[in-house]
Design a binder for this molecule. Sequence first.
Ligand code: FAD
Length: 274
Amino acid sequence: MKAARFDYLRPGDVGEALAALANAEGAKILAGGQSLGPMLNLRLARPALLVDISRLKALQQLEDAGRTWHIGAGVTHARLEDARGRLSGGEMLSEVAAAIAYRSVRNRGTIGGSLAHADPAADWPLALAALGASVNVRGPTPRKILVAHFIQGAFTTTLAADEIIESIDVPKLSRAGRYGFYKFCRKTGEFAEASAAAVLDPETGVASIFLGALRGIPQPLTSLAQQVAREGKIAASTEAVSQALAQSVSGLDAVEHSMATAVVTRALMQVLAP
Ligand SMILES: Cc1cc2nc3c(=O)[nH]c(=O)nc-3n(C[C@H](O)[C@H](O)[C@H](O)COP(=O)(O)OP(=O)(O)OC[C@H]3O[C@@H](n4cnc5c(N)ncnc54)[C@H](O)[C@@H]3O)c2cc1C
């Protein structure tokens, strides 16, 4: 099938993109097109106007901002993958990026597009929630919101029709900080069936574990994270993880529960590896 007819605009800056969103009914942002493209062709999306932000320089920054990495919404997965070894305190970003789909998708798909799309099985919503990252939103009233609060459900965020994700701020891990990211996919390059991200940083006090893909939004396992931070390996056994999931994530069936236990345990094994 082919996309329904739409108008196309390539704005010169973010202000022009925002004006187009505010003034044209049925306008939609186009970034890497890796999710929107298929939706257009299947006619699941029928925007009147596509506002192509993929060449806006202002959305391409990848900057060391001291305690955080400041990442423009238009930064591609491939760019983060290729920054491996140069993102001190943000090493997890390169690792997560490199495991998204395959290179042709990573060459065009963007971190901002992934967050805005909010696919429950996507990797950035999960990883960025675990890292405590925030989304900088531009619109009539600029705002900053934690990724964990930005994603509200499957394919649902707090983003309004006249807003754009401008950038993401990702807190750096200290030298003592450790992370784990594990996803279970049936085939390489496919979306995850189940995924988990864990971050422990004794210097900054961060302790977070999130389960991905099995529910509409990344599911926090806060008590388990705090217990692992206090007690280490003993609190990260398969039994402990299974119990924590039963208490924290409702409605998993037996297969989902065992996949969830496996991915969370493996993410924790990465965090706690000597
Ligand atoms: C074959 C295939 C396999 C994939 N596998 C994975 C995978 O394993 N893991 C994974 O995480 N992802 C996967 N993806 C998705 C991929 O990561 C997409 O790139 C991403 O979800 C969307 O990013 P995009 O830049 O292409 O956004 P687009 O497709 O251009 O846009 C997606 C949505 O976000 C909106 N949008 C985009 N940018 C902004 C912005 N800055 N502000 C506001 N709204 C915005 C658009 O309006 C649209 O609604 C896969 C995609 C394909 C095609």
